[in-house]
Design a protein around this ligand. Structure first.
Ligand SMILES: [Zn+2]
Length: 487
């Protein structure tokens, strides 16, 4: 068996799907950094970028002053996910499918290029995206996550067609503005008493941010998770190493944080959240809970632990987010965000909208008028559902549904399978957003419940912050109200 075939087999074992593996193994990426005097924020950015990229892509060339260091970062990341490493090299051999140029323009103009920079709180894309000397990891990690997502969006552009993505172009932002917290400063901070429930992919990203915050952090940090690292975790967990497999997640992360911040008492608790809480007892309320959990049910349960302040981080298909909940006075809690599901029957318009991909107002009009689908509408349904458009042009909507059902399974496109791709960049960005929320909570301490929800392939915007109100069915808030009125 040739080396290339061995690698293909190894990737197939990891990612399962032949089309995806072919795409991954045929794509060549270059990460270019400055040839000398690499600024501190470029080093941070490139490290995080390479850690995220090498967990998915097997062929990456590194060039520039810090190329050798980046090769080691890439090898560590690939090995953690048991991926082959011989496609990672210090080299410059254009053309590439995509070049990511950190802190300046790329060396040649033939390969598609994403130019990315950062400094302090700033993220920068496009012409003039440079890096600076700040040691603040926020801007660099944010830029790195978005750049890794853009690499994916560029290479899987055809498969992601339905999402109507546009390149980020020339764009820059101040992360403090994105999170409505212009007061944030690069300074020492005290975490008070903070419990982190769930030490998975998003928490690993947040932990790296804490580890690399260049100012002292003090207080008490409790890490609660009963799991050991599994084989598949290395495909998504930021800065997880091969030797972590089979060992306790909380022990590994606590050791790293204690080494980085001696004044921060990080304590590992190798227990599930509910067991830990039962052992701790319910007589001491929680001050701050950070939820890095992977299911709605576990987030509901974390919300019911009723902390004074709760932070949440999540990824959901193409969306990522982080939220802060300080319940009371109409403000929502974490349970409000994940109310118990009730089976509500879908109305007709919603049903047709879901089944055809046509917008609800068009569905309403089609149903009311009983007119046939125009060719544009038929094309849209055809694209969304993988049926031949000519079979439904001119048909009234009610006759289209049986056609869709008869066609059965939607042909498996790349987009369909891309959903199963481990998005290391999504959990990375979600954890970075969670860290910014943590800074906001610690440094600014507003009495607000707010969430940031972002499409991972689109420009970040301050408009993605939303106030979270109380949910009428929230059991925690109803109970809190009764206590307030009777107590
Ligand atoms: Zn609530």
């Amino acid at each position: 068996m040739s080396a290339a075939e061995k690698n293909r087999q190894a990737l197939l074992a990891l990612f399962g799907d032949d089309a995806l593996v072919s795409k991954l193994s045929s794509t060549r990426i270059a990460v270019v950094t400055p040839s000398d005097n690499t600024p501190a924020s470029a080093v941070l950015l490139a490290k995080v970028l390479v850690d995220a990229l090498a967990r998915l892509w097997p062929n990456i060339d590194f060039s520039g002053e810090i190329a050798c260091g980046l090769l080691v970062v890439g090898q560590d990341a690939a090995l953690a996910g048991r991926a082959p490493v011989d496609g990672l090299n210090v080299d410059w051999a254009p053309p590439y499918d995509i070049v990511v140029s950190v802190g300046g323009p790329g060396p040649e103009g033939k390969s598609p290029c994403i130019q990315v920079g950062a400094d302090g709180w700033h993220v920068r894309f496009g012409e003039g995206a440079t890096c600076g000397g700040s040691l603040n990891p926020v801007g660099p990690a944010f830029s790195a996550g978005l750049a890794a997502a853009q690499v994916f969006a560029t290479c899987f552009a055809t498969a992601l067609d339905g999402a109507r993505l546009q390149p980020l172009g020339n764009w820059s932002a101040d992360v403090r503005d994105l999170f409505h917290a212009p007061e944030l400063e690069l300074c020492p901070f005290e975490l008070q008493d903070t419990h982190v429930f769930g030490v998975g992919a998003v928490t690993h990203s947040m932990a790296w941010m804490i580890e690399n915050w260049p100012e002292p952090i003090s207080g008490a940090l409790h890490l609660v998770d009963g799991d050991n690292y599994g084989d598949g975790n290395g495909q998504r967990y930021a800065f997880m190493k091969q030797e972590n497999v089979g060992t306790s997640k909380v022990d590994a992360v606590a050791a790293r944080l204690n080494a980085a911040h001696p004044a921060l008492a990080t304590q590992p608790h190798n227990l599930g959240m509910n067991v830990y809480c039962a052992e701790r007892g319910y007589d001491r309320p929680f001050f701050r809970i950070v939820a890095g959990l992977d299911s709605e049910e576990s987030r509901r349960q974390a919300g019911l632990k009723d902390a004074v302040r709760t932070l949440n981080m999540w990824t959901s298909e193409h969306y990522i987010g982080a939220g802060q909940y300080v319940p009371g006075d109409g403000r929502g809690c974490l349970v409000c965000a994940y109310p118990e599901p009730v089976e509500a029957p879908l109305d007709e318009v919603t049903l047709f909208h879901k089944q055809t991909g046509l917008l609800p107002d068009i569905v309403r009009e089609l149903l009311d008028s009983a007119r046939g689908l125009t060719s544009a509408e038929a094309e849209k349904v055809a694209q969304a559902k993988g049926v031949p458009a000519e079979r439904i042009i001119g048909e009234p909507l009610r006759s289209v549904l049986p056609v869709l059902c008869a066609t059965g399974k939607v042909p498996l496109t790349e987009a369909k399978k891309a959903v199963d791709v481990p998005f290391a960049f999504s959990s990375l960005l979600s954890g970075v957003a969670g860290f910014v929320m943590l800074l906001r909570d610690v440094q600014v301490g507003r009495q607000t419940s707010e969430c940031w929800n972002q499409h991972v392939f689109k420009k970040a915007s301050p408009a993605m912050m939303k106030v979270e109100g109380r949910h009428s069915r929230c059991v925690r808030c109803v109970a809190a109200e009764i206590v307030a009125h009777t107590g």
